[in-house]
Design a protein around this ligand. Sequence first.
Ligand code: NAG
Ligand code: NAG
Ligand code: NAG
Ligand code: NAG
Ligand code: NAG
Ligand code: NAG
Ligand code: NAG
Ligand code: NAG
Ligand code: NAG
Ligand code: NAG
Ligand code: NAG
Ligand code: NAG
Length: 391
Amino acid sequence: MQQKKRGFFSGGSTFGNILTGMMIYHLTSSLIGGMFRHKPYNVYNYYNMPPEAKQEIKMPSNVLTLCEGNSTNFCAQGTTSICTTNGTVLCVATMTNAVPCAEEKTLCVNATMSCPDKNDPLCQNLTKGEDKATLPVPCLTNLTVDVNLLNETSNNGNADYKYCVTQLAVAGPEYRNCTEKDLVGTTLDYRNVIAGMYSWNLTVWGMVHPYAVFNYDRPMASAGSMGGGDIVMPLDMVISCVENATKVCAPPLVPICTAYKEVMCLETLTETKYCERFNTTCVRSVLPCDAADHLQDTNSPWCSNRTEEEMFEKDGKKHVAVQIPCFANITVNSNLPSFQIHEFNGTLPEGQNSSYTYHYRYCVGTLAIPGPESEACLQVDPAAPVLQTSS
Ligand SMILES: *[C@@H]1O[C@H](CO)[C@@H](O)[C@H](O)[C@H]1NC(C)=O
Ligand SMILES: *[C@@H]1O[C@H](CO)[C@@H](O)[C@H](O)[C@H]1NC(C)=O
Ligand SMILES: *[C@@H]1O[C@H](CO)[C@@H](O)[C@H](O)[C@H]1NC(C)=O
Ligand SMILES: *[C@@H]1O[C@H](CO)[C@@H](O)[C@H](O)[C@H]1NC(C)=O
Ligand SMILES: *[C@@H]1O[C@H](CO)[C@@H](O)[C@H](O)[C@H]1NC(C)=O
Ligand SMILES: *[C@@H]1O[C@H](CO)[C@@H](O)[C@H](O)[C@H]1NC(C)=O
Ligand SMILES: *[C@@H]1O[C@H](CO)[C@@H](O)[C@H](O)[C@H]1NC(C)=O
Ligand SMILES: *[C@@H]1O[C@H](CO)[C@@H](O)[C@H](O)[C@H]1NC(C)=O
Ligand SMILES: *[C@@H]1O[C@H](CO)[C@@H](O)[C@H](O)[C@H]1NC(C)=O
Ligand SMILES: *[C@@H]1O[C@H](CO)[C@@H](O)[C@H](O)[C@H]1NC(C)=O
Ligand SMILES: *[C@@H]1O[C@H](CO)[C@@H](O)[C@H](O)[C@H]1NC(C)=O
Ligand SMILES: *[C@@H]1O[C@H](CO)[C@@H](O)[C@H](O)[C@H]1NC(C)=O
């Protein structure tokens, strides 16, 4: 697969420490729903590095500006938002507050988030009366600037001040606003794919991304990458999918997303069986017929046009049994001795690493690949939710 920038498609970190990852998720997800909606940003943190090498950032003070509106809410309490004239938002803390992190090979600062929901796993250690949880957040890089950003009174002319940067929001490419046309049919799901629709618009956090869908009936033209052969991928490329993306996969195929925003629908190869109809390995899927929830009426005939053998009742509802042929195999390499794709929730278990590389083999039933970023659009919704405060 072609090297592309790592996006924040999964809604935050899936690598590394789960709690810190979740905290960053809380912070960045509030960003996406809020004021940045019309002004797309790429959000970076320790787990989601910018494509450029993470070299120290040096900045003259004359590019700094007041942070406008709710951009200050982007940063967790315990860090300060710094904005630049070209629209970059940085969350910084003083170096004196940065201490080596427990697990990551970097420095961490304590950041605080509010706990309106005491069942939030981030809030599990709160003692009675506390309503804020404190968690270490790793420094992504350092910022050196010629003014003291956090204490004006201690500025002394030509000294340099160094800060730990925990998060960065960099203005992305300009996206066009979606038109009516883009929004039609964005609720497509696997039934449409089975019925032969291969273009799909995925709405994630107010952005509509066009996708091209590939399967046995429509294999990828570019042989070599997924032309029916076996492809190999390291496990750390794999992230969990946002809910809307999972809908392209017919159960029991497991939706797995990659850091390059691809959606793969996988089943363990040993769970597949040869099926005569397609002369290849297949996954047997049992799908409800009457679940019109995600399906436009115009696309439903695929269920009403089935043979008696294919149809049956389950839980009082009509179902259809469908064979989904594998159009490619994928081998995922990992040093985890046991990796269960059906249980994968985006976080890799820690502390089980071995020096041996294990090969996990899967059947790819469906593959969805994002189109060019220039075709994505922003959904303009006057009733867009306001940015949640992150502290
Ligand atoms: C900032 O957020 C608050 C609520 O969180 C909202 O009332 C306010 O209008 C927002 N300001 C801007 C400039 O978006
Ligand atoms: C904004 O300016 C900073 C510092 O001058 C630079 O590092 C960064 O690449 C710029 N970002 C964009 C989006 O132009
Ligand atoms: C961060 O918080 C932990 C526990 O709340 C505390 O032990 C640690 O000293 C704090 N670190 C810094 C740099 O303040
Ligand atoms: C709660 O405390 C336990 C034990 O000290 C620790 O392992 C866990 O990470 C803490 N959870 C949070 C959310 O800080
Ligand atoms: C940031 O500064 C700390 C302390 O001076 C240093 O240990 C670390 O390597 C620096 N990180 C980068 C990315 O330059
Ligand atoms: C700011 O700097 C001044 C002068 O160095 C110092 O007296 C003061 O305590 C500092 N304030 C904070 C909040 O660190
Ligand atoms: C998109 O819509 C927003 C809100 O209506 C508007 O402010 C913005 O200028 C539009 N952007 C473009 C590129 O048309
Ligand atoms: C996706 O959006 C494009 C416009 O960008 C539109 O032409 C196309 O019909 C949409 N596709 C589907 C399947 O809704
Ligand atoms: C999922 O898609 C629907 C429209 O198809 C959209 O309204 C909703 O916001 C999307 N959910 C997320 C989390 O982006
Ligand atoms: C099934 O596929 C194999 C190769 O994968 C081929 O040799 C064989 O002729 C095919 N059988 C039929 C009935 O098409
Ligand atoms: C219904 O099945 C027949 C025979 O298999 C096929 O020719 C026809 O295209 C199907 N119609 C739909 C709407 O799938
Ligand atoms: C996937 O692997 C199975 C078992 O090795 C094999 O029978 C099948 O032909 C492979 N499928 C593809 C599309 O390569």
